[in-house]
Design a protein. Structure first.
Lengths: 376, 1089
């Protein structure tokens, strides 16, 4: 059994056992409270450059399968669990979690007090971390190395995770094609185009650098801004592109990082939350209907927008459509005079509850209306 | 919308006595409901027949009716109290059925009130299997293929398409009563036949078998805005085929991917919407095929359930409390999460620990009963444990069950490998232990999965425990590393000791020296995402402890562990009251308990809650942690029954202060010789007795004392293994069996006082003053266990002289034993002639809270447990009188006449051949719960108690009598009274002739054994519904066939059966009263006024 160390940039060190790959890795330490869905978490590009601490005590029970992948690879830079499963038990499992992590070169640590780590991060905020196993370094040397790693604030990561080439997710057989949507891949999860294509949307997934011309070339009915990692403040070009589409009254739907980009395009600031929202049990209130949705979250940043009343932007009035009931953070934006809306959380919900899937229907309605208006 | 302002008063319907399938979880839910309603300024009216509950204490409601939960009584209460609404979703199936009956009768409309929580159509949609099945289909789910049957012919037809085995489920019964799996026609006749009888709608459902599938349960809540949350997912370790209540279960679900879990979640939400549970909680059960993931919706309960209590304790999300708030108009987002105090209740708890529940059974009390676990629930209680891994939680839960043979052991098993292979396929009480033993003998995960269908993931965890056991046994010495690994897998010190062949104390010594100690984590609903403000802790061998320092002196209260026969909700009652009283007196109260069904394990009850096993090791570790956190005054061990009492000596030896009565006093009262000295000094007498170590010795003693004698092993709980024997032969039979029960323990032989009156006394003593709280007279004669005997307070037959003698004797014993707090003494009185004072014998003294403390508290209006808790921290009875806790002067005085009756679980158990188990009472306790009837006359109080105990006495009709020789004389007067009241008597030959000779006429029926005679047999007239009451008194134990047939037929047909002549007399008094008058109702508050 090889010792491993979870080393935070405030100097706190948690000792555990080496798991998955031996070596060292760095990233932003975050915790995720989902009791199911580690596979979706691992393959969610939004976790790029993050070391994820799972609060659920047993991880790996159901192994890994090819259908639940949210993207082409595992993105986390490190994985922290209390009890790795000694055995996989699920009829869909193809490979064990540890084997998957080893294949992906992910350094992990197990046997640590994940609850103590979570409380530490909750009280002190997300911070840089390193996992070291099989190392000769002293404690001081490990802390110094962690402090040399790049911080998440100011990180531009979209290019790392975005698709190198444009690709199309067609409408499945038996479903009528109704719309074409250009989805800008900032770290898109496969569940998202699936939700759209199930609703008759042919999804063209564009790399992050796509130009307005390239996008307009497919004659889209709407533009989708995906989730993804990094600091929204670095996304200057995309914010500019979104503004142009807003002026054109192009229907826009943003999720997570995409929501932060829409927020910035509307002139709002984004800010880093102390320790973010990561889990699949977050109560979000729809301020229009008054109902509560249990939703999947994975965000370290948020949009600063006024909740109490409508706001005005250069694109006309708008309002905050959703808030998180735990802490009042803005979870959704919608414009009144332009066809654009976004949510901070994950209606595609993989992993997570399906309560917010209606938002994809909302996008369809928006495009239907816009299309009708244009042809009239 | 906040609270519905039109609701100013609510009638809460409780769940009645503790029975298998419906235990103190409904005291927990009902108590929460009452507390919430009162906090909201709502006037609370409560009906519950169970005096042992916390909810029936006068302080929890404005008007508390300890009355039978029957439609006519509830109507009377509604007519009198005029509640704006009725809440029936927190009192289990009993309350729900009562609500359905009230609705049928049009009571709600008649009095302009309404049901809140769930409405009648929703209850019907949830509970009617046919309607429910259609709902499942409508929302895109799948049900097991099935057929609704109203007769055996329907069943035969259905099996043609469903094929054997088929699952039989009667409609509208609780805890799966009457359900089972039939593998052939013969079993179908038995199970479906009984099921049709048990179902109030004569309806059973036959279903395709999904035996061996994975089983899950989701706890769901919905508010009037249609917000829905899943509070908890629970996975059964025992696959489909074993009732959830009898399964080892784990939370959260551990072997589903998110995709699969979300399917269950979506279905649950669609179902609760479609069923239309508008506000409140429900649970939905699923089966999942482990081969392909096919999901089958099994059933839903449109109400708070046993699983809701488990889910509440497992997550920190108080389902009953929230359900009550939703019922009076709040929505989930308007309710705050108590634990975080900053987030709303409209969220889904997430766990960073594992919860395991293990059932506790009582098959040893029913040696005739079929030990196989099926879809009919048979367990009498449960223990829950929390750990940071499944093995840790599992091993903690197993030791929390507190029963020999439950914790894993690595001694050579008593069964061979072949025998184990043969037995693990059949679910029984100790199957998991057999699985572990078989794996220890080398069987693989695959092999065991094949035999048991238990998910390989769980089996692999047990394999890890076994591997660790090998390492512990084989380690050169107990290093910190070895110990820490063992502890993280939940090994107790005693298990490590056994593996190393050293003393438990030595393991503890080494462990402490090496600094291997548990930390205490917090159950916080949110996996530490938010700060927790409620100190609800569990131990784990991890890095960081979350116990916060305090300045107030703490009193630690030890709870009573899992419910069992002989130790149930009545001890939780005492513990909870101690917590309330000591909190009010300015102490920091700390509760340790492991029973998820209870009020004591509600995080609202004490200042701090430790959900931990009640073993010496686990308790000492909590005390150590709390001693570091602040001053600890001591531990209260006298309120939780035998469990904490059994720990008291060990705690004291470890230097812990035991508050109240000292362990030395407990030993003094338990040790025959020492207690004999106390009696000698006090000039009191006990029945003659002796102690024998061999059969020969026993015979000599028995002859010396003279038969009949009461024999028992030297250490017992709830009368276990106790028997009355009348001759040498049955004595030999007993000794052979008894010495098997506890080897190296002598057998006690007592003179049995035939026909004596038995008296139970509860009293408080502070070292100087005695407060005699209540003197109860048993209705059944000596020889029936006090827990199974009905009793009346005040006693009816004691004259002033005897009452004085009893008071003096109680005082002398309390003083002689040196009690500080409660004492319970059992006396027997023999009389040669009726009307004389008689001779007083002391049977036993227990210097602790007794089973009858809540009953006495309610009958007299004095909070005995509170008083006992305060005495144990130094208050005197004089102080308590001044403070108003006890009356200014005098002893406890009963208001009205109160009768306590026991409720017995005969209908739950069958023999392997499918026939019923014998329902005769004896010295061994077998009741699961109790009820109370209170009225101005004995007859009415007794009749109420029978009605509440599911054996309502008839007002007219036919009564069957078959009496043993010695009871015939005593039956004449009550029999004559019945005839005078217009009843027709049916009798067997001996009874017939005897009664005829005294001028009492009866109709003769043949004994079943007398096949030559003509006409219907005794069993026929019971089975065909001719008679409404059965009196059958057997002689001694070894019952004759006829009597057994009569009794089991009565139990199956649910006809009240009385097996003692004293019970017969009481019943006739009751019948006389109810034929003349209707039941009256009066609240506890009115009785005390």
């Amino acid at each position: 059994m090889t010792k491993a160390y979870f080393v935070l940039d405030d100097g706190a060190i948690f000792e555990g056992e080496s798991w998955a790959c031996v070596g060292e890795t760095f990233g932003e330490a975050v915790f995720s409270t989902g009791m199911t869905g580690y596979q979706e978490t691992l393959t969610d590009p939004s976790y790029h450059k993050q070391v994820v601490v799972m609060t659920a005590p047993h991880i790996g029970n159901t192994g890994m399968n090819s259908t639940d992948e949210e993207s082409r690879k595992i993105w986390v830079s490190g994985f922290v669990v209390r009890n790795p499963s000694p055995r996989v038990s699920n009829w869909r499992s193809e490979i064990s979690l540890e084997e998957s992590l080893i294949d992906a070169g992910v350094v992990g640590i197990s046997g640590v007090d994940t609850r103590a780590i979570t409380r530490h991060l909750r009280d002190r905020g997300a911070m840089r971390v390193g996992i070291f196993s099989g190392t000769e370094l002293s404690r001081e040397e490990m802390v110094i190395k962690v402090r040399q790693a790049p911080p998440m604030s100011g990180a531009f990561l979209a290019e790392d995770v975005s698709t190198p080439e444009k690709y199309i997710v067609p409408v499945p057989e038996g479903v009528e094609k109704r719309f074409t949507v250009a989805a800008i891949d900032l770290g898109i999860k496969s569940a998202t185009p699936r939700h759209m294509s199930d609703r008759g949307i042919e999804v063209h997934v564009f790399p992050v650098g796509a130009t307005k011309e390239e996008i307009l070339a497919i004659n889209p009915d709407g533009v989708f801004l995906s989730n993804g990692p990094g600091d929204p403040a670095t996304m200057v070009d995309i914010v500019e592109l979104v503004r142009e589409f807003l002026l054109d009254s192009m229907p826009i739907f943003g999720i997570c990082f995409g929501h932060q980009i829409l927020g910035r395009a509307l002139g709002f600031d984004t800010y880093k939350l102390p320790f973010g929202h990561r889990g699949i049990n977050q109560p979000v209130k729809n301020l229009q209907s008054g109902t509560v949705e249990i939703t999947a979250h994975n965000h370290g940043f948020a949009v600063a927008a006024p909740i109490d009343s409508n706001f005005t932007t250069v694109f006309g009035a708008g309002y905050v459509s959703h808030i998180c009931l735990n802490d009042g953070v803005v979870e959704g934006l919608e414009l009144l005079e332009k066809p654009a809306f976004s949510v901070q959380y994950h209606p595609e919900s993989a992993a997570g509850p399906h309560d917010a899937a209606y938002l994809f229907d909302h996008f369809v309605e928006m495009m239907t209306k816009e299309k009708a208006g244009r042809s009239a | 919308m906040p609270k519905d302002q039109s609701i100013k008063s609510v009638l809460v319907i409780g769940s009645g006595p503790i029975v298998i399938g419906q235990a103190c979880e409904f005291d927990y839910s009902g108590t929460q409901a009452c507390r919430v309603l009162r906090e909201e300024g709502v006037r609370v009216i409560l009906i519950n027949s169970n005096p042992a509950t916390i909810m029936t204490d006068p302080e929890f409601a404005d008007a508390t009716y300890i009355e039978p939960i029957t439609p006519d009584i509830i109507e009377k209460i509604i007519a009198k109290e005029r509640p704006d609404a009725v809440l029936a979703t927190l009192g289990g199936q009993t309350a729900l059925n009562a609500a359905m009956a009230l609705n049928e009768l049009g009571i709600f409309e008649k009095y302009g009130t309404r049901l809140i929580g769930a409405d009648i159509p929703a209850i019907k949609r949830g509970e009617d299997r046919d309607i429910f099945k259609k709902i499942v289909e409508k929302v895109g789910g799948e049900s097991a293929r099935s057929a609704i049957c109203h007769s055996l012919e329907d069943c035969y037809a259905a099996v043609e398409t469903l094929n054997y085995p088929v699952v039989v489920r009667p409609s509208f019964t609780m805890g799966g009563l009457g359900s089972g799996i039939a593998f052939d026609r013969e079993e179908l006749d038995l199970i479906a036949g009984a099921g049709l009888r048990h179902s109030p709608t004569t309806e059973v459902l036959l279903e395709e078998s999904i035996l061996g599938w994975k089983e899950y349960e989701l706890e769901v809540m919905r508010d009037h805005k249609d917000n829905v949350v899943i509070v908890c997912s629970i996975e059964n370790v025992d696959p489909m085929g074993v009732h959830t209540g009898d399964s080892i279960t784990v939370a959260p679900a551990l072997t589903l991917t998110d995709v699969e879990y979300q399917k269950l979640r979506d279905l649950s939400i669609e179902i609760i919407r479609e069923v239309g549970v508008a506000t409140g909680g429900c649970n939905i059960q699923f089966a999942v095929n482990p081969q392909d993931g096919r999901i089958i919706v099994i059933e839903m309960n449109p109400r708070v359930s046993r699983s809701s209590a488990l889910a509440s304790k497992a997550t920190g999300f108080p389902i009953a409390k929230i359900a009550t708030k939703l019922a009076i108009g709040y929505s989930l987002d308007e309710i705050q999460n108590d634990i975080t105090q900053s987030t709303p209740a409209s969220f889904e708890p997430t766990l960073d620990y594992i919860v395991v529940k293990v059932p506790r059974f009582a098959f040893e009390k029913f040696p005739e009963a079929d030990p196989r676990l099926t879809t009919t629930m048979k367990s009498v209680g449960e223990a829950m444990a929390i750990g940071r891994s499944f093995p840790e939680a599992l091993q903690k839960a197993l030791r929390s069950v507190e029963k020999k043979g439950t914790s894993f052991t690595w001694r050579t098993p008593s069964l061979s490998r072949e025998e184990l292979v043969a037995s693990v396929g059949i679910p029984t009480e100790f199957r998991l232990q057999q699985v572990q033993q078989l794996m220890a003998l080398g069987a693989s995960v695959e092999e065991l999965h094949g035999l048991t269908k238990i998910d390989p993931w769980f089996l692999a965890q047990i394999e890890a425990i076994n591997n660790a056991a090998l390492e512990i046994a084989g380690a050169s010495d107990l290093s910190a590393e070895v110990l820490l690994k063992a502890k993280r897998l939940g090994f107790a010190d005693f298990q490590i000791a056994e593996l190393r062949n050293i003393a438990e104390s030595e393991v503890r010594g080494v462990r402490h020296r090496l600094g291997v100690k548990p930390v205490y984590k917090t159950v916080d609903t949110c996996a530490a995402e938010f700060e927790a403000h409620t100190p609800y802790h569990y131990s784990s061998y991890d890095l960081e402890s979350e116990v916060i320092p305090r300045t107030k002196p703490a009193v630690i209260i030890l709870g009573s562990g899992p419910n069992r026969i002989g130790q149930g909700v009545e001890f939780d009652y005492s513990c909870v009251h101690a917590a309330f009283a000591l909190k009010a007196a300015g102490y920091e109260t700390i509760m340790i308990n492991c029973n998820p069904e209870t009020v004591s394990t509600d995080y609202d009850t004490s200042d701090r809650l430790y959900f931990e096993p009640l073993t010496l090791e686990d308790v000492l570790e909590v005390i150590a942690a709390e001693t570091q956190a602040g001053p600890v005054l001591g531990v209260i061990a006298q309120l939780g029954g035998q469990t904490p009492l059994g720990l008291a000596r060990g705690l004291m030896d470890a230097g812990v202060t035991i508050l109240g009565t000292s362990p030395n006093s407990i030993d003094l009262a338990e040790d025959r010789g020492q207690f004999g000295n106390v009696l000698d000094v006090a000039q009191l007498v006990a029945p003659k007795y002796g102690m024998a170590q061999s059969y020969e010795e026993a015979v000599t003693i028995a002859h010396e004392i003279s038969y009949p004698v009461l024999v028992r092993p030297s250490f017992v709980l709830g009368g276990r293994g106790m028997e009355i024997v009348y001759d040498d032969e049955s004595l030999r039979g007993f000794i052979e069996r008894a010495t098997q029960i506890t080897p190296n323990h002598p057998v006690l032989i007592d003179r049995f006082l035939d026909d004596a009156i038995e008296i139970d006394v509860d009293a408080l003593y502070d070292g100087e003053e005695l407060f005699l709280a209540g003197v109860m007279e048993h209705i059944e004669e000596a020889g029936i266990h006090s827990g199974d005997s009905a009793c009346v307070l005040p006693s009816a037959s004691l004259n002033a002289d005897m009452q004085k003698q009893i008071r003096e004797a109680t005082h002398k014993i309390a003083s002689g034993v040196n009690v500080r707090g409660l004492i319970n003494i059992q006396f027997a009185i023999t009389r040669t002639n009726p009307g004389e004072t008689g001779t007083l014998y002391v049977l036993e003294a227990n210097p602790r809270a007794s089973r009858t403390v809540p009953f006495v508290s309610k009958a007299t209006g004095n909070p005995l447990s509170k008083a006992a808790a305060l005495i144990s921290v130094g208050r005197s009875i004089a102080d308590l009188r001044k403070e108003g806790v006890l009356p200014i002067t005098g002893d406890g005085v009963a208001h009205g006449i109160s009768v306590k009756e026991a409720v017995l679980p005969w209908n739950r158990f069958r023999r392997v051949d499918g026939t019923g188990v014998d329902s005769v009472l004896g010295p061994e306790m077998r009741s699961t719960g109790e009820v109370m009837g209170i009225a101005n006359t004995f007859g009415e109080a007794y009749a109420k108690s029978q009605s509440a105990a599911f054996g309502a006495l008839p007002k007219s009709g036919n009564v069957f009598l078959s009496l043993s020789e010695r009871d015939k004389e005593g039956s004449v007067e009550p029999a004559r009274t019945l005839v005078n009241l217009g009843f027709t008597l049916f009798t067997t030959i001996g009874t017939h002739n005897y009664l005829a000779s005294t001028g009492v006429q009866s109709t003769l029926v043949r004994k079943n054994s007398d096949s030559a005679a003509q006409g219907p047999s005794a069993v026929d007239i019971i089975t065909n519904g001719t008679v409404q009451l059965v009196i059958n008194t057997p002689l001694g134990r070894g019952t004759r066939h006829d009597g057994w047939l009569i009794r089991t037929a009565s139990v199956q047909r649910q006809i009240p059966i009385i097996t003692t002549i004293a019970g017969f007399k009481a019943a006739v008094a009751g019948i006389s009263d109810i034929t003349a008058n209707d039941f009256s109702i009066k609240s506890v508050q009115e009785w005390s006024a």
